[in-house]
Write a protein that binds this ligand. Structure first.
Ligand code: DOR
Length: 432
């Protein structure tokens, strides 16, 4: 057996932080945590945090169907470079991930990837919002997160039925949770809008989507959560109104969780003044006040997790008018640095929102999210929080280059990523 030591760092997990070395065996388990440890190979963690691998609840890997923009292999490489050891793949592929055969294909492609690829499945057949996907079969095949992401479920009754049905399937996975995750967007309000509706959209002459397009669906799903008792996860929350409703729902004891995407606490609708479609995203970039509300929601725990909504699009598709270009932006390789640069949160809380809290939401906490102790899975990230760097799309591993952070100076960089005991990223370089 070959062993790997991560030496000289500060170990941080849900239990707190301490100076320690970590030794991992090549079968993927942590063998020892302590001081002065040695092993067959060593990685330097001087000046770094050694944390459980980051977990992203929201990525678009585009395979099957849109491999020109990303593949599971390239997306997972981008994830590992961003310090992630697990990512939840969204189902808006072509064909959609709405049946066991497509889920099995994604899993098979994920086998050789350098981070864990966890498929979500669509709530409705073809993500068309009309008939429920075969949820029982999908739960039996191991799916625990359902979402029609890319679109919200428009039909109230269908969403209620999906939540009731999810509750009735609990016996298929005792001790585990089935989560219905929602992209909150009432299409009758958002249709024909390409950015946030507000003073910038008026000034620029770009039709907008009002905050209420998101908030009405948040309101409905909180009501349906109260009615059914089923677990609801709110994806990419972007408005102050959404966050205050989720805060109240949590205070009332409802089983809801929420995520915010990195761009929704670092960029505003003012970016759209360039008319560059790299800033087009759904839900759209919002106002300063919304950004402050997202930050406050993260700070007080109303928002459980930081996600990326990594949404690669080919240069050709983004080189269209603001109206015609598809929505979405890259996020995996910049996520930690953006969070570290823009959020004023203790590092333990920030890593909690990027690792152990999302791991718990999607039931991955046996293998991801720590704790860092003997016997735990060897899925770790080593991050230098002070490393300054400038984003360059040309240097990203993603097959696409639609980062909104091009040329921006960020602070915090992933030095090493360890997945199943293997150093898949060393000194910022992917090893395969
Ligand atoms: O901006 C977005 N892009 N929002 C979504 O919900 C879907 C995503 C995509 O798939 O490109």
């Amino acid at each position: 057996m070959s062993t790997l030591a991560i030496r000289g760092g500060t170990v941080i997990d849900a239990r707190g932080s301490r100076r320690a070395d970590v030794v991992i065996g090549d079968e993927g388990t942590i063998l020892a945590v302590g001081s002065g440890l040695t092993a067959d190979h060593a990685l330097d963690a001087g000046g770094c945090f050694v944390a459980p691998g980051l977990v992203d609840l929201h990525v678009h890997l585009r395979q099957p169907g849109n491999e020109e923009a990303e593949t599971i292999d390239t997306g997972a490489r981008a994830a590992a470079l961003g310090g992630f050891t697990a990512v939840v793949a969204m189902p808006n592929t072509d064909p959609a991930m709405d049946c066991v055969s497509v889920i099995s294909e994604v899993r098979a492609l994920g086998e050789s990837a350098i981070c864990e690829v966890v498929p979500s499945a669509a709530i409705s057949v073809g993500r068309q919002g009309e008939a429920l996907a075969p949820m029982a079969e999908l739960v039996r095949a191991g799916v625990r997160i359902f979402t029609d992401d890319g679109d919200g479920v428009q039909d109230d009754k269908l969403m209620r039925t999906a939540l009731d049905y999810a509750s009735s399937l609990a016996h298929l996975c005792p001790g585990e949770t089935i989560v219905l995750a929602q992209h909150c967007e009432v299409e009758s309000l958002s249709k024909g809008g390409y950015m946030h509706e507000g003073s910038w959209s008026s000034w620029l002459g770009i039709p907008g989507q009002p905050s209420e397009a998101e908030e009405l669906m948040v309101m409905r799903d909180i009501a349906l959560c109260r009615l059914t008792g089923a677990r609801v996860h709110f994806q990419h929350m972007s408005t102050a109104g959404s966050i205050s409703m989720i805060r109240a729902a949590k205070a009332a004891g409802l089983p809801v969780t929420a995520e915010a995407a990195t761009h929704h606490f670092s960029l505003t609708d003012a970016c759209c003044q360039s008319y560059d479609p790299v800033y087009k995203v759904h839900p759209p970039l919002r106002t300063d006040a919304d950004v402050e509300a997202v930050k406050a929601g993260l700070a007080d725990g109303t928002i459980d997790a930081i996600a990326t909504d990594h949404a690669p699009h080919t240069p050709k598709s983004k080189q269209q008018t603001f109206a015609d270009a598809p929505p979405g932006m890259l996020g995996l390789e910049t996520a930690f640095a953006v969070a570290n640069t823009y959020l004023d949160m203790p590092i333990e809380s920030l890593l909690g929102a990027m690792s152990w809290r999302p791991a718990a939401i999607c039931g991955l906490n046996g293998n991801h999210g720590g704790p860092i102790e003997e016997g735990s899975a060897g899925n770790l990230t080593v991050i230098d929080p002070n490393a300054a760097w400038t984003v360059s799309a040309a240097e990203l591993a993603s097959r696409s280059s639609n980062t909104p952070y091009e040329g921006m100076a960020l602070r915090g960089r992933v030095r090493h990523t360890i997945y199943k005991g293997e150093a898949v990223v060393i000194d910022g370089v992917a090893q395969r």
